[in-house]
Design a protein around this ligand. Structure first.
Ligand code: UDP
Length: 240
């Protein structure tokens, strides 16, 4: 549990759905503001923050392939969607809050972002810049959760903080079952065995194999991002 304190470098995973606020699609500026302000606060405290943006508010590959579209192509569309979220967050951090940022994408698009270069990303972080990773892993059949785990490992982050719409991990869906039980702590094996909805199995096993802690928390709760980054007790901690 000691690893749950004093994190110096974190990987914040932002679910795409959160960006849409109450809507099904698009970007709610109030959400971007909320996230950006919290990131600015912890960066000023000296924590190095890298971000992986999801894209569920734009496009999910699986949904379109269910309607007959080629899965890989629809996944590429999904990856492109995540970049739109990255640019929205970058804009708010830089133009409204004066926080230096760099967007790095797993699919090269030189006009809008740097390519993903891990050592350069680390250098940015050391200089206090927020590095925002877009386009997931650049590979179809993966998720941005898996990208978050992989990027966290490659840049040597202390933890993956998964900001989402729920305030932790439950034994059943809290929206359907009023008696759903919320876990404070879990081990990776338990997550996989019980099929708990933390991250997909690829992401979980990557974290498990490398002892990378995951915190699942409600992204929109007041002060939550700051608490998660500071390593305060919040949501559900998945760790060895
Ligand atoms: N995606 C992909 N490879 C990756 C990351 C994402 O193919 O490495 C695609 C996939 O189609 C996914 C979409 O991008 O549905 C959006 O990402 P995700 O569903 O992970 O976003 P979130 O659930 O965080 O909103």
């Amino acid at each position: 549990l000691s690893s749950h304190h004093g994190w110096k470098r974190v990987l914040l995973k932002l679910s795409g759905e959160a960006f849409a606020g109450g809507e099904a699609l698009g970007i709610d500026p109030a959400v971007v503001r909320h996230i950006a302000e919290a990131i600015a606060e912890v960066v000023r405290e000296g924590v190095q923050v890298a971000v992986v943006c999801g894209g569920g508010n734009m496009f999910r590959g699986v949904q379109m392939s269910a309607q007959g579209m080629d899965r890989a192509r629809s996944d590429y569309m999904g990856m492109l969607g995540t970049v739109i979220n990255c640019l929205a967050l970058q804009d708010f951090l830089e133009n409204k809050l004066g926080v230096d940022t760099r967007v790095q994408t797993a699919i090269t698009m030189g006009q809008v972002a740097e390519p993903y270069i891990p050592r350069r990303a680390i250098r940015h972080l050391e200089k206090g810049r927020v590095v925002i990773f877009g386009a997931g892993l650049g590979q179809p059949f993966f998720s941005t959760d898996t990208a978050a785990a992989q990027r966290a490992l490659e840049i040597n982050a202390d933890a993956v903080l998964k900001g989402t719409q729920v305030d932790g991990v439950y034994d059943s869906d809290p929206k359907k079952n009023p008696d759903a039980f919320r876990f404070d702590r879990l081990e990776y094996g338990e997550v996989l065995q019980r099929g708990l909805k933390v991250m997909d199995a690829t992401a979980i096993s990557l974290c498990m194999d490398n002892g990378l802690p995951i915190v699942v928390f409600d992204l929109m709760g007041q002060g939550n991002i700051v608490r998660a980054v500071r390593g305060e007790k919040i949501g559900t901690l998945v760790s060895p």
